[in-house]
Write a protein that binds this ligand. Structure first.
Ligand SMILES: Cc1cc2nc3c(=O)[nH]c(=O)nc-3n(C[C@H](O)[C@H](O)[C@H](O)COP(=O)(O)OP(=O)(O)OC[C@H]3O[C@@H](n4cnc5c(N)ncnc54)[C@H](O)[C@@H]3O)c2cc1C
Length: 406
């Protein structure tokens, strides 16, 4: 006999697990399925910012390997390459110290497992390993086809990450715009580890159109980089060569001879897949919806938030499922989507104009760093910040106005 449930949530990352948790708490029958049984490695820096932690009412502290009160930002200590080649920037560095810690370090296998366990305790059924294959309509219900059999449901939630098979099966033709990112797990000598152990570090200026980071975990460093230029931008005269830039970054930090090294690469979505992120009983959340932040390139906050909003939409419309898509769309439009639009507007200033970036940070760096920390911690939004740019330097105000006009 075919299994039945109210909702099948496909993908047990932060988006899917928090969505399943809220649905189960509200008494809906939920199946949470993942092609890999948790805990599983996920290519990710595992940095969870305050706004993500705030939105969770799950105790994830056992998965926190290090709480960091200090965030360091360097601007253009190397030379911009790619499009900005030859534009030497001034070397600037800033540090922000806050309490409580604005950012905590996790390994995603353990962080995600805490969320999945909370969903299970609340009553969700975990099916893993169980891979989503396809979707079929059967009257007013949907049949989720997996490699373990079928499940008949009212709603399907696509939480299966950036390459979402659910989105494709449900007819979304477009893919989210993605950017490449590299993550390397490094074991280093104790004296090297100690140099990096006290802060989350972000470096702009060594990776063209992107940044590098060093995140200290319990006993090792997660070091990575991303570029906001897509593969395909690469040409013979201007190779993107993210791997090559990453090696340069490791050399610049003295991290090119670790004791052990494990490399991973993956994509981050920085633009929503579509204007409509739900239709005909299918809702997309997290990376599957393309909700990564184009300014910070952080994705966990919006994964959690969109999972919660999707759950709320289904709970509120449980007696009228034909209204779920509109309700979810409205909830996204009240919160995440306008924030992403503002972030998208600001991102080129950070990534594409190294000279301008150096100039702006030279004038208003400390205020900007504090402002970013406010956004990370959830006490302010990008939209709120930009509506009062005078707080963060008159130069930023002028830049935002000129960028908004284009
Ligand atoms: C190198 C790198 C570093 C990053 N660092 C950070 C960071 O430090 N902080 C931050 O906030 N964000 C970071 N991100 C972004 C972050 O990893 C994602 O935004 C986040 O994981 C999105 O969560 P999600 O639940 O939407 O999807 P995912 O975490 O990708 O989870 C999707 C789940 O779906 C499952 N799945 C996939 N296909 C199927 C299928 N067919 N059937 C069943 N299950 C399936 C997968 O196994 C997986 O468990 C980083 C990304 C990269 C690439």
């Amino acid at each position: 006999m075919q299994a039945r449930a109210d909702v099948a949530v496909v993908g047990a990352g932060p988006a899917g697990a928090t969505c399943a948790l809220d649905l189960a708490r509200a008494g809906l029958e939920v199946v949470l399925l993942d092609k890999t049984a948790p805990p599983r490695y996920k290519t990710c820096g595992g940095a969870i910012v305050g706004r993500a932690l705030e939105s969770l009412d799950v105790d994830v502290s056992p998965s926190v390997e290090r709480s960091l009160h200090r965030v360091e930002l360097s601007i253009g200590q190397g030379e911009g390459q790619g499009e900005g080649a030859g534009e030497r920037e001034t070397g600037l560095s800033f540090a922000v110290e806050r309490s409580p810690a604005p950012i905590v370090m996790t390994m995603r296998a353990s962080f995600d497992l805490r969320l999945v366990d909370a969903a299970r305790k609340a009553g969700a059924t975990l099916l893993a390993p169980s891979a989503f294959r396809n979707l079929r309509r059967a009257g007013s219900r949907l049949e989720v086809v997996t490699d373990q059999g079928g499940i008949s449901v009212t709603w399907v939630v696509g939480a299966d990450g950036v390459g979402s098979r659910v989105a494709r099966a449900a007819g979304w033709g477009s893919s989210p715009r993605t950017i490449p990112a590299i993550e390397s797990e490094l074991r280093v000598a104790p004296d090297v580890f100690d140099r990096f152990a006290g802060a989350a570090r972000f470096d702009f200026g060594l990776i063209p159109h992107g940044y590098g980071w060093v995140f200290p975990k319990r006993n090792h460093l997660s070091v990575g980089c991303l570029t906001t230029r897509r593969a395909g931008y690469e040409t013979e005269s201007r190779p993107l060569g993210l791997n090559r830039h990453f090696e340069g970054y490791l050399r610049a930090l003295g991290l090119d001879r670790p004791l052990e090294r494990e490399d991973h690469g993956f994509a981050i979505p920085i633009r929503p897949r579509d204007r409509r992120l739900a239709r005909d009983g299918v809702l997309l959340i997290g990376d599957a919806a393309g909700l990564g932040d184009p300014l910070t390139c952080e994705g966990i906050s919006n994964a959690i938030r969109s999972g919660q909003l999707a759950a709320r939409a289904m709970i509120e419309t449980r007696k009228a499922p034909h209204r779920t898509a509109k309700t979810y769309g409205d909830l996204l439009e009240e919160s995440i989507l306008p924030e992403l639009r503002w972030a998208r507007r600001l991102a080129p200033l950070l990534y594409d104009h190294p000279r301008l970036r150096g100039f702006v940070f030279g004038r208003a760096g400390p205020g900007l760093c504090e402002a970013f920390m406010d956004v990370f911690s959830g006490s302010r939004t990008v939209r709120g910040l930009l509506s009062r740019p005078a707080n963060y330097g008159r130069f930023l105000g002028a830049l935002v106005r000129s960028s908004a006009a284009t």
